[in-house]
Design a protein around this ligand. Structure first.
Ligand SMILES: NC(=O)c1ccc[n+]([C@@H]2O[C@H](COP(=O)([O-])OP(=O)(O)OC[C@H]3O[C@@H](n4cnc5c(N)ncnc54)[C@H](O)[C@@H]3O)[C@@H](O)[C@H]2O)c1
Length: 358
C-alpha cells in the first residue's frame, strides 16, 4: 500500500497565508490522471483503509430529485478525509440520463476542496473524470483483491460488461492498466449503439482479448467469470439465479441491477454498509426482504485487512456505493500535482472580505 501523497506546502497555497482559489479543468485532470491508474488504485486502497479505521467523515449523500424530471438527480457528497493529508470538501454530481440522446455524457460534476484549518474552499475541480477514475480504481482494486482471496480459483479471464457507457470504459482501462488477464470480453447493452461504441473503444485500446457482443443478458453473464454491471437501471432486471450457477465474481457498480434473491445466494461485499443499504439499491432491497443484514459478508476493507475470507463456492458480489472521501483524495492528489507543475489557474481576488472590520 502506498501512503497518501505527503502534504506539500508549496503545492497548496490555499493552506498557507491568505486564502486563494483555483479552478482545475477536466483537460488538466485527464492529462494528470492518464497513465497513473496504478497510483490511483493504491490511493483508493489507502483511503478505504483510513475509512475502515474511522479516520474519515462521510455523512449520507443528499439526493436532489425533480418531480418534473423523474429520471434525473443531483447528488451532494460531503466528506472529510483524515490521515497524513487532511482535506474536506464536497462533490456535487448530476445524473441526467436523457443527455446521452444528444451525445452528452449522463453525468457531470464539480468537486470543491476545503482547507481543514480555515474551512476556506481552495479549489474547484471538474469532477466527472475524477468520479469515473475513483469508481474504476475502486472496482479494479476489488476485482483483484476479491479474486485473489478465492482459494482454488484462477483469476477471471472471461469478463463481461453489462452496460457499456463511460464508467464501463474507465473500469476496463483501470483493469487493463493493472494487468488484468483478459482473454475474452463480452459486451451487453440495451443500446446497440453503446455496445458498438464500447466494442470500438476496446479494439482501439489494443486489447488482445476476443470481443463478443451478446444480445441476451443471460448468455452474457453465464459465459463470464467476472461480470461488471455499469448500467443505469433503476430497478432490478436480473432475476435468474441460474445465470450465476458458475459462481462468478460480480462488480455491481450500478447497484440496482440484481434482484435481492441473487444477493441472498451469494457472498456480498460493500464499501460502506450504511451508504450501500439506502435508496433502493439491491443490497437495500435484500435487507427489506429479509429484515436483516446477515446476507452481508463484509466490507472491502475487511478483505484488505484479511478479517474475512472470500468463498469460492458461491457467486461473490461487490456493491460499492462510492464514497465522497475517494473523490476528495483523488481531487487533492490532482490539485497538488497541478500546483507542483505550476499550472494552477488561481482566480485572483476570489475572496474579497478578508478583514472582519474592513
Ligand atoms: N458505485 C459507484 O461508485 C458509481 C460511481 C459512478 C457511477 N456509477 C454508476 O455507474 C452507472 C453507469 O454510469 P455511466 O456514466 O457509464 O452511464 P452511461 O449512461 O454512460 O451508460 C450506461 C449504459 O447502460 C445501458 N443500460 C441501461 N439499462 C441497461 C440494462 N438493463 N441492461 C444493459 N444495459 C443497460 C445504457 O444503454 C447505457 O449504454 C450508473 O448507474 C452510475 O450511477 C456508480
Amino acid at each position: 500500500m502506498s501512503p497518501l501523497p505527503p502534504s506539500d506546502p508549496a503545492a497548496t497555497p490555499a493552506r498557507n497565508g491568505a486564502p486563494s482559489f483555483a479552478v482545475i479543468t477536466g483537460a488538466q485532470v485527464r492529462q494528470l490522471l492518464d497513465g497513473r491508474e496504478r497510483e490511483i488504485v493504491d490511493l483508493v486502497e489507502s483511503v478505504y483503509r483510513l475509512h475502515g479505521a474511522g479516520d474519515t467523515v462521510n455523512p449520507p449523500s443528499y439526493f436532489l430529485r425533480f418531480p418534473d424530471r423523474p429520471s434525473s438527480r443531483i447528488i451532494a457528497l460531503p466528506a472529510s478525509l483524515g490521515g497524513e493529508k487532511r482535506v474536506d470538501g464536497l462533490k456535487w454530481v448530476s445524473s441526467f440520463p436523457e443527455n446521452i440522446k444528444s451525445g452528452l455524457p449522463r453525468a457531470s460534476a464539480v468537486l470543491i476542496l476545503n482547507d481543514p484549518v480555515t474551512g476556506y474552499p481552495f479549489a474547484c475541480l471538474e469532477a466527472s473524470v475524477i468520479s469515473a477514475a475513483r469508481t474504476a480504481a475502486s472496482a479494479a482494486l476489488a476485482a483483484h483483491r476479491l479474486s485473489d482471496a478465492r482459494e482454488g480459483r484462477e483469476k477471471p479471464s472471461r469478463v463481461v460488461f453489462v452496460g457499456t457507457g463511460l464508467i464501463a470504459r474507465y473500469i476496463h482501462t483501470f483493469l487493463a492498466a493493472t494487468d488484468w488477464p483478459f482473454e475474452e470480453i463480452g459486451v451487453h447493452d440495451l443500446s446497440a449503439e453503446s455496445a458498438a461504441g464500447f466494442s470500438d473503444y476496446l479494439r482501439r485500446s489494443g486489447t488482445g482479448a476476443r470481443i463478443t457482443v451478446h444480445e441476451d443478458a443471460g448468455e452474457a453473464i453465464s459465459t463470464a467469470d467476472l461480470v461488471v454491471f455499469a448500467t443505469v437501471a433503476g430497478t432490478p432486471h436480473v432475476h435468474d439465479p441460474k445465470w450465476f450457477a458458475h459462481d462468478p465474481l460480480v462488480l455491481h457498480v450500478s447497484l440496482r441491477d440484481l434482484a435481492p434473491e441473487i444477493l441472498l445466494g451469494s457472498a456480498n461485499f460493500v464499501d460502506d454498509v450504511e451508504h450501500c443499504l439506502k435508496a433502493d439499491t439491491s443490497p437495500h432491497l435484500a435487507e427489506k426482504l429479509t429484515g436483516g443484514r446477515s446476507f452481508l459478508t463484509g466490507t472491502l476493507d475487511d478483505v484488505l485487512a484479511g478479517r474475512v475470507g472470500v468463498p469460492s463456492d458461491r457467486p461473490v458480489i461487490f456493491s460499492p456505493f462510492g464514497l465522497g472521501v475517494l473523490d476528495l483524495a483523488v481531487g487533492a492528489y490532482v490539485h497538488d500535482a497541478v500546483a507542483r507543475a505550476g499550472e494552477l489557474h488561481v482566480v485572483d481576488g476570489f475572496f474579497h472580505e478578508l478583514s472582519r472590520h474592513g
